[in-house]
Design a protein around this ligand. Structure first.
Ligand code: SF4
Length: 361
């Protein structure tokens, strides 16, 4: 069975031609899937009964409501989704590789700049943080998701379902790919999902409303930069190579200097934004020497740094930096020409903050 949700217009055209449907049927399918966001083929009333019957035989719309919603005292909501059930599908891994078959998304009604600034009309930004994998292969030592291991890729439809199936869809101003998983490790699905979000036959959003994060998988990153106009956030966390390696195994295969060399080949002075995520760990990366090395590493790059308070968890043996150290670090960067903000922590009481998503049922 084919999941129609997540298919692009060219893919739907190919499907229609293969079935002997008129080519314009693909555009009608896009309208039903992405403009009207129906969840059943039978609701596509301008398709003939024969077309609907054939589609019902071979395809489905992979919409599924979250199985749980936890609400934080600050209004943040964490949704738990089961993966789209498709009895005929094999290969995503969840059938055989483990028990984890859930992913989480976090709805943040309002987020401090720079990720989601308030809109020009004064209304507040509302951001959804989506997952792209069940678990993650990257094994970052400070991340609860990373400690779980990898249990499968999400499809483009699974990614889009996280937006489409929450009651707050109409409020969304921004989407960030900062949930479970490494987007460059599931790039086909991430690019297809962002194409649906940004194309006029899809949601028609500006790519400025979407931020994709990465630890810096160079081949995927290059392809992303060439094929997408969405904003980029790179997880940096430590400018000292040997120390970064201790926290982030990816540093071995793709050292930070190679990531930065690639980023320097692109123009960041226009609409597309480059930011670096830097989680503050007490005594590990939060002193002035690290701040100076970070300034040096980013010299000449048009970018900003987002500091993140580390959210302590029993799974990770690290402590969060003292507020005075965070302030001093931030001031040092700002004084030395690197725009630096401190990301507001949201949803910590429901384990929805950065690095805490576990997809536990
Ligand atoms: Fe994966 Fe991101 Fe966690 Fe690293 S921080 S293990 S890339 S989910």
């Amino acid at each position: 069975m084919i999941n129609l949700l997540g298919m692009t217009l060219p893919q739907l055209q190919q499907l229609c031609v293969g079935e002997g449907f008129p080519r314009f049927t693909a555009k009608q399918l896009c309208d039903w899937l992405y403009k009207k966001r129906v969840d059943s083929i039978d609701a596509m009333t301008n398709l003939s009964l024969l077309q609907r019957a054939r589609l019902n035989e071979m395809a489905y719309i992979g919409r599924s409501f979250p199985v749980r919603c936890q609400v934080s005292k600050d209004g943040t909501k964490k949704y738990l989704f089961g993966l789209t059930p498709d009895p005929s599908s094999k290969g995503r891994g969840e059938e055989t590789m483990g028990l984890t078959r859930y992913v989480e998304s976090v709805f943040i009604p309002r987020l401090s700049a720079p990720l989601a600034p308030a809109r020009a009309d004064g209304s507040e930004a509302a951001t959804l943080c989506v997952s792209c994998q069940v678990g993650c292969k990257m094994g970052c030592r400070f991340c609860v998701t990373g400690q779980q291991g990898f249990h499968g890729n999400l499809t483009a439809g699974d990614i889009l379902n996280q937006l489409f199936s929450i009651p707050e869809f109409e409020q969304l101003t921004n989407v960030v790919f900062m949930g479970m998983g490494e987007p460059m490790d599931n790039l086909d699905a991430v690019l297809a999902a962002t194409q649906v979000m940004t194309s006029d036959w899809g949601l028609g959003w500006s790519p400025k409303r979407i931020t994709v994060s990465t630890v810096g998988i160079v081949p995927g990153l290059k392809r992303f930069l060439d094929e997408s106009q969405c904003h980029l956030a790179v997880s940096l966390h430590n400018p000292v190579p040997q120390e970064r390696l201790q926290m982030m195994p990816v540093q071995k295969a793709f050292p930070l200097n190679e990531v930065l060399a690639l980023l320097r080949r692109y123009d960041w002075s226009g609409q597309r934004r480059l930011s670096f995520e830097y989680t503050m760990f007490r005594g590990l990366n939060d002193d002035q020497a690290h701040a100076a090395k970070l300034v040096e590493a980013l010299r000449g790059l048009d970018c900003r740094v987002n500091l993140i308070r580390f959210h302590e968890s029993p799974e990770a043996p690290f402590k969060t930096s003292m507020p005075t150290a965070i302030k001093a670090f931030q001031d040092y960067l700002n004084r030395n020409g690197v725009i630096c903000t401190l990301r507001a922590s949201r949803g910590q009481d429901i384990d929805a903050a950065c690095g805490l998503l576990a997809g536990k049922e």
